[in-house]
Write a protein that binds this ligand. Structure first.
Ligand SMILES: [Zn+2]
Length: 447
């Protein structure tokens, strides 16, 4: 069954009231319970054979053993005739507006349906649900909203409740929203506001590892994505050299100080522009994606390295994450050891070949350092632990077709990953180290 996700953004607020609605609340609860009682007594119980299974070990494999149990399955009455007669029965002796009957029927069905779901999953027994709390669902047909005031009909032409929202503290926040359902309680009214939102269905995660010169992403769907940040880094380097020159002159000639600050401003603007373009491109290339990054605030606690170079890169990273969060959904993960942990077994990795490739000391998995970081960030944002079976299911299994394709494309090409000791154990052909980034996005610098 497909579940249609609500495409509304919903906000809800409470406001206090001092109306005496005791009797009204009690009557409604009685009405709701009566509706449940009637539906309950019309449930048809059907005996069904249900197939269950358990697992037994057979050597290395698990086998399913099936067995049958008899179960009583409740069939909830839903026909139009039934609902009409239910409505008519409830209308007898009901003194308030008749729309509350429809509200109560709706609530009664949702209570019974949720009981049924839990019953079928074995989470609830076969006892009739009882309404304990006192509340009234006020549908749109039971109130008017005009000039900042809500008028709820209790008894038509006799009894109304009025709530003034014109001075409510949340007024500004709900300006472009529509008023939704209300819930009346003894001392408060819960008001929901809603606004249609563009349907965004999150289907995938991408874990991004930010490096000085590249942005490396991993997701089972897109594989390894590598984005060149060298030019962005270059902007800072070039300006840094210029700045130093001008600075040393300016220290002797105060009149040149304005040039120094102008240089700095230009550098920042160019970098900003460049990051804006990058993040816009990313959010458009990978729609409906949650982008995972390392939490830089936490990273400060873990790293002790040469400050200067990292500061430039960090400045960029901070902005990349910040801008990205304006344009897409971003999730921050704990950066602890993301690039020095084996994504397959959780062991420590060592650096090979000037640090570009890492190899696990425990299981021997060998892969690009940046890819390693990206996979770890991906695993972390999904909440998966580093384990061989997770690695197989999440990384290898889904990437095999992709690897095969790449292997074909690279056939006959000697790659830098072809030294005996670097081959990952599960890929005799040297799959992981052989892999080239799928997408290589060249970032244009604004002139
Ligand atoms: Zn390992």
């Amino acid at each position: 069954m497909k579940v249609q996700r609500s495409s509304y953004k919903i906000l809800s607020y409470k406001i206090k009231h001092s109306y005496d609605v005791e009797e009204f609340l009690s009557s409604y609860r009685y009405l709701l319970q009566k509706a449940i009682d009637i539906i309950w007594s019309n449930i048809e119980w059907i005996e069904k054979k249900q197939r269950n299974h358990y697992l037994i070990r057979n050597g290395k494999k698990f086998e399913r053993k099936h067995y049958y149990v008899k179960r009583l399955i409740p069939l909830i009455p839903k026909s139009r005739e039934f609902k009409r007669s239910l409505r008519n029965t409830l209308l007898e002796n009901w003194d308030y507006a008749s729309h509350y009957i429809d509200s109560a029927i709706k609530v009664a069905y949702s209570i019974i349906n949720s009981w049924r779901r839990n019953y079928l999953r074995g989470r609830r027994g076969g006892n009739k649900p009882l309404v304990k709390r006192r509340f009234i669902r006020v549908k749109e047909t039971l109130y008017v909203y005009r000039d900042g005031k809500i008028r709820v009909t209790v008894k038509p032409r006799e009894f109304y409740l009025e709530f003034d929202l014109s001075k409510a503290w949340f007024k500004k926040r709900v300006e472009d929203y529509d008023l939704g359902e209300l819930i009346l309680k003894e001392n408060e009214l819960i008001i929901t506001f809603r606004k249609p939102v563009k349907e965004t269905r999150i289907t995938e995660y991408i874990g991004w590892d930010l490096n000085k010169c590249s942005l490396d992403g991993f997701s089972p769907k897109y594989g390894w994505i590598k984005i060149d940040l060298r030019r962005l880094y270059h902007i800072h380097r070039v300006h840094e050299v210029k700045r130093k020159k001008v600075q040393s002159i300016a220290s002797k000639k105060p009149s040149l100080r304005a040039i120094v600050s102008k240089q700095g401003r230009r550098e920042r603007n160019r970098a900003k522009d460049s990051i804006h373009k990058l993040t816009t491109q990313l959010s458009m290339m990978f729609p409906n994606i949650v982008h995972g990054f390392e939490d830089l605030e936490k990273q400060r606690m873990y790293t002790k390295r040469k400050r200067h170079n990292r500061d430039i890169a960090k400045q960029n990273w901070k902005q990349i994450i910040q801008y990205m969060s304006y344009k897409a959904r971003v999730k921050l993960v704990d950066p602890y050891n993301t690039s020095s942990t084996c994504p397959m077994c959780g062991g420590k990795v060592m650096k090979l070949r000037k640090g570009q490739i890492v190899k696990c000391r425990k299981c021997g998995l060998t892969l690009d350092r940046q890819l390693c970081g990206a996979i770890n960030i991906y695993l972390r944002m999904c909440g998966f632990p580093q384990s061989p079976s997770t690695f197989y299911h999440v990384v290898i299994k889904r990437m095999i077709p992709w690897w095969k394709m790449r292997m074909k494309a690279l056939e006959g090409v000697t790659t830098n990953g072809d030294e005996g000791g670097d081959k990952p154990p599960m890929n005799p052909g040297g799959g992981l180290s052989l892999m080239n980034p799928k997408a290589y996005i060249d970032l244009p610098i604004p002139m």
